[in-house]
Design a protein around this ligand. Structure first.
Ligand code: DQA
Length: 154
């Protein structure tokens, strides 16, 4: 099962961008950890980061037919991009919105996501683990440990 992990604007700066909020891990380190967990769960992940709304929209539109799920951190676009929301709603690929920080506990403008209503769910506030929890959710939706055991003959 293929999962597209999409990182939105400014996430390329992870590690040096407001480390007190987003931690000290770089995007490459985060992706390595996601990849390691995904392979344990039997999921195939691909990564893409862009600072550009239109590029992210293109990538979401192209995801249909190739990926079973999208794990998406839309960054600040979460709070106002109706275009990204429409792309997710139209692509027909179930999407989980993730945030490193707890957007509910931050500035007022971050407390609302226009993306969340078209997503399967939102995970926010657990740093890298927000992405890990999204992978677990996909694993569970795919049948979880039981399905894994059937595959491996347990
Ligand atoms: C973020 C939260 C957003 O409000 C912010 O604009 C980001 C990162 C997060 O992962 O916590 O760029 O999506």
């Amino acid at each position: 099962m293929k999962v597209l992990v999409l990182h939105g604007p400014n996430l390329n700066l992870l590690g040096r961008r407001e480390p007190e909020i987003y931690g000290t891990k770089t995007l490459d380190q985060l992706n390595e950890e996601i990849e390691a967990l995904a392979s344990q769960l039997g999921l195939e992940v691909e990564f893409f980061q862009s600072n550009h709304e239109g590029v992210l929209i293109d990538r979401i539109q192209q995801a249909a037919g190739t990926y079973s799920w999208i794990v998406f951190n839309p960054g600040a676009f979460s709070h106002y991009s109706y275009a990204l929301r429409d792309a997710i709603a139209g692509a027909g690929v179930p999407t989980i919105e993730v945030h490193l920080s707890n957007i509910q506990a931050r500035e007022e403008f971050r407390r609302h996501s226009v993306i969340a209503p078209v997503c399967a769910g939102q995970i926010s506030g657990f740093g890298a683990a927000s992405y890990f929890l999204a992978l677990y959710a996909i694993f569970e939706r795919a049948g979880g440990v039981q399905a894994q055991n059937e595959l491996t003959g347990f």
